[in-house]
Write a protein that binds this ligand. Sequence first.
Ligand SMILES: *Cc1c(COP(=O)(O)O)cnc(C)c1O
Length: 324
Amino acid sequence: MTDDIRLIDLYRARHRLRGHVLHTPLVRSPSLSAHTGDEVHLKLECRQTTGSFKLRGATNALLSLDEAARARGVVAMSTGNHGRALAYAAHRLGVRAVICMSKLVPSNKVEAIRALGAEVHIVGKSQDEAEVEVARLIRDEGLTLLPPFDHADIIAGQGTVGLELLDDLPGLDTVLVPLSGGGLLAGVALALKRASPQIRVIGITMERGCAMHASLAAGKPVQVEELETLADSLGGGIGLDNRYTFRMAQTLVDEVVLVSEDEIAAAIGHAYTHEQVVVEGSGAVGIAALLAGRVTGTGTTAVLVSGSNIDMALHRRIVCAQEH
Ligand SMILES: *Cc1c(COP(=O)(O)O)cnc(C)c1O
C-alpha cells in the first residue's frame, strides 16, 4: 500500500479530538432491518455538533497546525458543512478563520457562518473570484488553506468515524458511506480495511453529477457538470490535481452505488417517519440505497447518516408529499 495516510494517523486524530467532538450514537434501525432482512444500524453523524461529521476533520486539522500557523489563522471557501464546522471549531479554539464566498451565496448561509464566529469575505460573482481572495489571504496574511476533503488531517479526522464503528459494532460486514470528494469514504475505508479487509465498504452518491464516480470510471480525476440535487452537500469536483482521496477510493473501496432524487426524497421521509431522524439529502443516500434495493445481502450493516443541515421548510414538504 502506498497510502500517505496511515492507520496510526487516525488513532492520533481520535486522541486529539477527545473532548472536542461527540462520539455519535450507533442505533439499530428496526425498519431497515425488517425491510432488508439484514441487521441494519444507523451511525448518527447528523447528531454531531454543527450537524455533520465535518467537525472531526476541521478540528483535527486545526489542532494539527503548528503554533505559528495557528496564530495566523485559516481560510476556506466552503459555505456548506465544512465552512460551518471550521467556523465553529476555530472560534472555540481561538483561531482566526476567514470563509471566502461569492455574492451569489444566499444571505442565510452567510449569516449562519458568521453566527458561528468566522469572518466572512464576500468577493465577486463567481467561485473563481473568491479563489483569488483566498490566494491573497494566504500570500499577504499567512493564512493556511484548509480544504474540505483532500487533506491528510481532514481525512484522518473523518476516519475516526470508522474507528468508532469498529468499537461499537462487532461483526460488521458492510458499511455504506455518503460520497462526494471522498474524505469521509477514504478515512472510514482506511480504518475498516486495515482492521478487517473483508468488510465491504460502499460509497453512495447521487446520480446527478458525482465527480468521484465519473473519475473512478475514467481512471483519473475528471470534471462533471454540477446539477441541482437534494444531496446538495455532495456536489462539486474532486480536483484535477487530487492528491489523496481519488487514489484511496481506487484502492480501498469495494464499489460506488448511485441513487436517484426520488430515492433520496423517500429516504428523508423514511428516516423521519420510521426512525425519528431529521437528515439532509446527502446524509440520506445510504438509507436510500437500502430502501431501493440498490445494495443487498449486506449482513450486519452500518449506514453512515452524515448530516442534518436541511432547510426545514423543504424537509416538511418532502415528508408531507410522502404521506399523501
Ligand atoms: C461533506 C459531506 C459529505 C461528503 O463528504 P466527502 O468527504 O466530501 O466525500 C456527505 N454528507 C454530508 C452531510 C457532508 O457534509
